[in-house]
Structure formats: C-alpha cells, structure tokens
Design a protein around this ligand. Structure first.
Ligand code: DGJ
Length: 739
C-alpha cells in the first residue's frame, strides 16, 4: 500500500516506485516536512526525530520553553501558519471575528482511505478503481480559532504523482475570514536550485524561463481572473536547470483556471519554502460556523531524471486520470476550422464550399467559428445572444449541420459563453449580469464584458441557452472561447463581506456549468480556448481534453509554444493547425511541409481557405491526413522526449535547431521532428541523437533502405541532411522496429 504510518515515530510515508514523501508529527504536535524525493525503500522510515538541534536560534522565536532549539522559523513544516514566530511566508492566513490573524495548527487525527475522492465543486485528478491510489487526511486543529484544517494527500500506485489539497472547517462559534489558502507547501533544506516556469503573452504562450533561486521571494502569479497566457500555474524547482535527462526536478501544477500564486522563498538559513495555490490577491472567504472551504488540487511530480521524465509523468497522468469522458481515449478528429479562412465574413454558401474542400481532403470534422449568432458581424456585438443568425446562415444551424454531415463530416461550433457584448439583447435586459463595481466605468476588453458566473441565475441562463442550441443541431464538437480578462471585479449579488469571493465563486460557477454540459452531452468533444492558449490549465482539461494552444499558427513560433506547452501538458491536449503562409500574425513565409510537420505534434487540423492554396499543396493534403492518422496513436499516446530546445537556456542547443520524438509504449514505432530555423552555410554534419528507443532493437526509417540499431540512433545519432537549402526547413522521421 502506498501510504504507511509508523505509530512509534509518528511518520507518514507516501511512496510508489518513483518517489517517497515523508512527514512527521513533532513532539509539540506540529506536522513537519521530512522528505520528498527518490523512493526510500524502508516502508517505516525511522526518523527518530527531525534533527533541528544544531540550528542557530538568534532572532528566532522559540515554540517551546524547554527546548531551546525548537523554533518553527527553522523547522521544515507541512502547512505553516502565521503568528508563531515563523516569519517566512505562511501557507494560509486567517482572521478571527475580532480582527486578529494569528493561528497555530496542531495534529489532531488522521485517516488513510482507499482511492481518491472528488473535491467539492472543483476539478481534480481521479481514480477509476480504488486500488489505484491511497489518500491520507491529516486533520490539524487550531483550538483557539475553532478551526480544523484537513491536509489531504493522495498518491497513485502507478502514476508518478502526489496530489494535495486542503479543507478548512469552522468548528467554532465565530465567523472566520480566510485571506490565503495554498494547496501545496514544501520546505527544502537547501536553496541550490533553479526555478522553471512558463511565461508569455497572447500569441507567444508558454516560453520556458529558468532562473536561479535567490534570497527573497520569487513568484509567479495571475491577478487576471484566469490562469492566463502570461504565466502558467506551473513551476518546477530543479538541481540541473532545464536539463532534460539529469538532475532532481520537483514539479508543481494547480488544477485551477482562475487567479493563482506560486512562490519560492529563500530564507535566511539558505533553506527554501515553495508553495502553489489559488491567488491570495483581492481574495478572502468568509467561513461562518460549520462552513468549510476547499482549495483546488495541486499536482506534485518528482523526477530524479531531469525535466523530460517529469513531463512524461504529467502527460500520462493528465491523459489518463485528469481528462475524462468518451473522448479521453478516442482518436481525435482531424478538423477544418473556418476562422483564419473567413473571420466574420461568411454565409451559408461560403461555409459549405469550405466544408466541401475539407471533405475532399479527408478531414473528419468541420468547425464553424465565431460569427454565427446574434448580430455578430464583428467582435463588437452579439455575445450573450446565443441564437443563430438566419440572415447569415439561411436555414440555420440545423440545415448547415445536416449538410456538413451529408458530406461525411462531423459538425462543430464555437461559443464564448462567459462573455457579453454591451450591444446585445442579453446586456440590455440584464445590465447587472456582468462583473462590475457600482459607479465605476465598465471597461471593455475586445469590446466585451465578463458575465458574472459567480451568480447561479447567470450560469443557469447560459446553460439553458447552450442546451437549446446544442439540441437544435447535430453538434459533435464545441470550441469554448474566453477572450478577455477581468477588470472591475465585483458582483451585484454578494454583500460587502463577500465581494472578495467573487472570482473564486466565478470559477465554481463555471465548473458547475462545464460539469453539467459534459455530462449532458457526453458525445461532444470540447476544446478549450482563450484567445489561443490563455487558459491552458489542468482545470479546463478536466472537462475538455484539448486546448487551442495559441492563435499564433506560424510554425516557427509554434516550435517554442508547443515545446513550452509540452513541459506539462500532453500532445493529445494541444491544439495545432496548419494555416496559410504568410502567417496572419507573424507575416512569416514558411513552406507547407514545415507547417504540417509542426502541427502533427498536437491535435491536428487546418485553418485556411484551401481555394487559395496551390493545386500541388492541395493535392498533397489527403495523403498528409492519412499519414497523420496512422501516426496519431504514437504521437498522442506515446512518450514524448524533447531533444533540441528552441530556447537559449539549454546547455546543449543554441535554439536554431529544434527536435523532439514521440515513442509508442512498446517502443515499436517513433515519430521524430527536426527543424532548422535559419540556414547556416558550411556547417559540419549535425547528428540528431534520438531518445526513448529500445537500444537492443533494430529500426527502419521510412523512406530509407538501411536498418539501424536503437543504440546507434540514440548514442551515435542520425545524420541530418546537409543539402537542405533555405530557412525554416524540417524533416519528419517515422521509425519502425524491424520485424
Ligand atoms: C480567439 C480564438 O483563439 C480564435 O481561434 C477564434 O476562435 C477567435 N477568438 C474568434 O473570435
């Protein structure tokens, strides 16, 4: 069993074949952090006690008069509080009814349970069978506040992940106010590590950044009312920077789509405290007697073999135990989307013509993007009015969907349900249904406002509207967009003591809507989108198994975007399409092959007007789609290895050549991509050292008569072509085992 409790030493040991996590109840009943790292083979770990006896105590507050060394400021803790003399960042911050904020929590009891339970109102990873995981609920208590704090840890037997969340319960008689409630907190004995995170912006999502830990606090945060494209709710601490294959890596990722905070504090004694949870800026939550509050889930992955192994652990867990529903294990349809082909300028005829081209190419699904509803001829109007625009689409969605079905294609539709345009019937009828602050100007983002999803009536109305549309036409795919972030955060229904709950309530409302829809329409494939990848997070993936990675479809930009995304998220969740050249965002001219090769490493599709493409390029598409479908199981379900990084931080590559490889689970097939961004004259032969193959097996590369040992391909490497002329050139290698 993966959780062992030793009564004698009061230690908890969570373990599986990859990792061990150890906690100990101290003689003063604090819960101390003892260890997280490589698997320890002794089930009952014999920490006699955590050794804090030789620490300096000058300027430290002691917890215990009789023990001159017991200062919480120096002892690694599991869930530190504020007001105990530990002046490092607390994991939670709570106020009593008199305005006092001190808290100290003590071990009260624990339970070890089979499996893993859902978190009330929030998405989380799950088990299919109880035997897959174990959970320990450690109840801490602050007797002065009348507060119980459940620290809930689950560990899977076969997946390399430990999940954590916290439940606060008011068991006293006074109201309490939570100001901060992290999901994870880990104290490290040293700070000789680097912090890796994913930064960016619209059209430039998830660039990898690496920085050494320094004294003070380093943080990643969103205050935007969404996880955002600026920073992802993920970071890792590593001993070897972004080394793919070596060093210890401690990954933290939050299953949440709203504001978040991840921070690492390097403290005076060169220790480090790492935490991740929902954002505490402009947040509070009132807990009346008997109320409880659950934090979102944090997913922690330890790798002793570099960043690559950490990513593969996240990929497997998210593919198999975060994504859910019918589409989790099904091969994803190759789609055609009309957005970059038409923008708002379409009618029934134009869409049908695009669909005919899509059908000729061998695609599975045609997606009608923005502009089919209300008076939506530009991004200035119509959001909130989810009724088909009959003027634009004569015969409506039903006729269009049926015609597309007749072509042999599935039909998909775009929605942006969380938004309202001021110029809409919905807004005119319910001006208080958006997030707003009385007497303040309602600032527009993309000419629109965010609906107040903290309100049940708003959520119910949207559910009703969407249910009506979905039931009225043969819709089998939905793209769920979200094109602005928050400004005036306030809700007309909450009283003044609860205004700071608005954004978390918004996400509880959104998750309720999504949960209802995916259960009501299990056959529909949902794809999340936020102006591209502005909400690419595990919270959305729990409902929608794929996310549009970026509005930027330029393959050179996409190398960085897809490489960065792959640090945490599986390729089966990463939307990637072939689009026109010159690219609409970067203006870069690239060839058809490179655009196709890069888009292969995601949920593949096309987003362009084929009528404008050359006959030669058009004629090649059916074979490309067929090829992709043959390779999709290896790409979507295989193990992903990054080889050459597009970022400059790597010790090995300088970013001009980018490569990666997907290897299927039994190592009989692999698909590798190599891209050279700029042509450099007179370079020696470049050897691409593949990864993940069976070193003892022999492989054949499609299009090449020779056979190669897996060891040769990995250790000597495959010679890259020297006769490729021009910038932005790529090669795709399909590698099959010799039978
Ligand atoms: C932003 C998305 O990322 C695009 O793909 C497209 O759906 C537009 N919104 C439509 O407004």
């Amino acid at each position: 069993m993966p959780i062992a409790y030793c009564k004698k030493n009061k230690t908890f040991h969570l373990y599986n074949e990859y990792t061990s996590y150890v906690m100990q109840v101290s003689e003063m009943n604090h819960l101390l952090h003892a260890y997280w790292g490589k698997r320890l083979f002794n089930k009952y770990v014999h920490f006699e006690t955590l050794d804090y006896s030789n620490q300096t105590t000058a300027f430290k507050v002691l917890s215990n008069d009789t023990d001159p060394n017991y200062s919480l400021e120096s002892i690694p803790q599991e869930y530190p509080s504020y007001g105990t003399g530990d002046n490092r960042s607390p994991a939670f911050h709570i106020e009593d009814s008199h305005g006092y904020c001190g808290s100290e929590i003590f071990y009260k009891k624990h339970r070890i349970l089979a499996g893993k339970k859902e978190i009330k109102g929030l998405p989380s990873t799950y088990c299919e069978q109880e035997e897959e995981a174990q959970t320990v609920v450690i109840t801490m208590e602050d007797p002065v506040l009348g507060l119980e704090v459940d620290l809930i840890y689950s560990i899977y037997e076969k997946y390399n992940a430990i999940t954590r969340h916290v439940v606060f319960r008011n068991i006293g008689s006074q109201a309490l106010i939570l100001h901060k409630a992290m999901s994870c907190s880990v104290d490290y004995n040293d700070c000789d590590m680097q912090m890796i995170s994913l930064k960016g912006s619209w059209a430039r999502e998830r660039d990898l950044q690496v920085s050494p830990l320094t004294h003070g606090i380093q943080s990643i945060e969103s205050r935007r009312g969404a996880s955002g494209s600026q920073l992802n709710p993920f970071y890792a601490l590593t001993t070897d920077g972004d080394d793919e294959d070596h060093g210890s890596v401690y990954g933290f990722n939050l299953v949440y789509s709203g504001n978040f905070l991840g921070q690492v504090e390097v403290c005076m004694d060169d220790t480090a405290r790492a935490m991740l949870g929902m954002g505490s800026f402009d947040f509070s939550w009132k807990l009346n007697p008997n109320d409880d509050f659950s934090t979102p889930e944090g997913v922690m992955v330890y790798s002793s073999e570099g960043l690559g192994a950490m990513s593969r652990s996240y990929h497997k867990l998210y593919r198999e135990r975060l994504c859910r529903g019918e589409w989790r294990d099904r091969s994803r349809p190759v789609l055609f989307n009309n957005w970059e082909a038409t923008y708002f300028d379409f009618d029934y005829e134009r869409i049908i013509n695009l669909a005919i081209e899509a059908q000729r190419s061998g695609a599975d699904l045609f997606v009608l993007d923005d502009g089919w509803f209300g008076k939506r001829d530009s991004d200035k109007t119509g959001l909130g009015d989810w009724t088909e625009n009959q003027q634009k689409l004569s015969g409506g969605l039903k006729k269009l969907g049926d015609s597309i079905n007749k072509l042999g294609l599935k039909f998909g539709l775009w929605f942006e349900p969380e938004m309202v345009s001021p110029d809409s019937d919905l807004y005119r009828a319910h001006p208080d249904w958006c997030l707003h602050i009385p007497n303040r100007e309602r600032k527009l983002g993309r000419y629109q406002l965010m609906l107040d999803f903290s309100r049940n009536d708003v959520c119910d109305h949207i559910l009703e509207q969407l249910t009506h549309v979905i039931s009225s036409a043969p819709i089998e795919y939905i793209k769920w967009d979200f094109n602005r972030n928050s400004s005036e955060v306030g809700s007309a229904l909450l009283d003044k003591t609860r205004q700071k709950e608005t954004l978390h309530r918004y996400y509880l409302g959104l998750y309720r809507v999504l949960d209802t829809l995916v259960k009501k329409f299990p056959q529909i494939l949902f794809e999340s989108c936020s102006g591209g990848g502005g909400r690419f997070d595990p919270g959305m993936l729990a409902y929608m198994p794929q996310t549009w990675a970026s509005d930027n479809t330029d393959p050179v930009s996409r190398l960085r975007i897809q490489y960065g995304t792959s640090i945490v998220y599986p390729l089966s969740s990463t939307g990637a399409h072939v689009s026109a050249s010159p690219n609409h965002i970067t203006g870069r001219i690239t060839d058809w092959a490179t655009r196709t090769h890069v888009a292969f490493f995601g949920t593949f599709g096309y987003e362009l007007d084929l009528a404008k493409e050359s006959d030669e390029d058009k004629a090649a598409i059916p074979a490309q789609i067929e090829r992709f479908k043959l390779l999709a199981p290896t790409i979507h379900q295989g193990d992903f290895y990054r080889i050459q990084s597009p970022f400059d931080y790597s010790k090995r590559a300088k970013g001009n050549e980018v490569s990666w490889i997907c290897v299927n689970q039994d190592k009989t097939q692999a698909v590798a991509l190599w891209v050279r961004i700029l042509a450099i004259p007179n370079k020696g032969v470049q050897r691409l050292k593949l990864k993940g193959l069976n070193p003892q097996a022999r492989y054949r590369i499609q299009g090449d008569d020779q056979t190669y040992g897996g060891d040769e391909l990995m250790y000597m490497g495959l010679a890259m072509p020297t006769d490729l002329k021009g910038d932005f050139k790529s090669q795709l290698f399909v590698i099959d085992i010799c039978t």
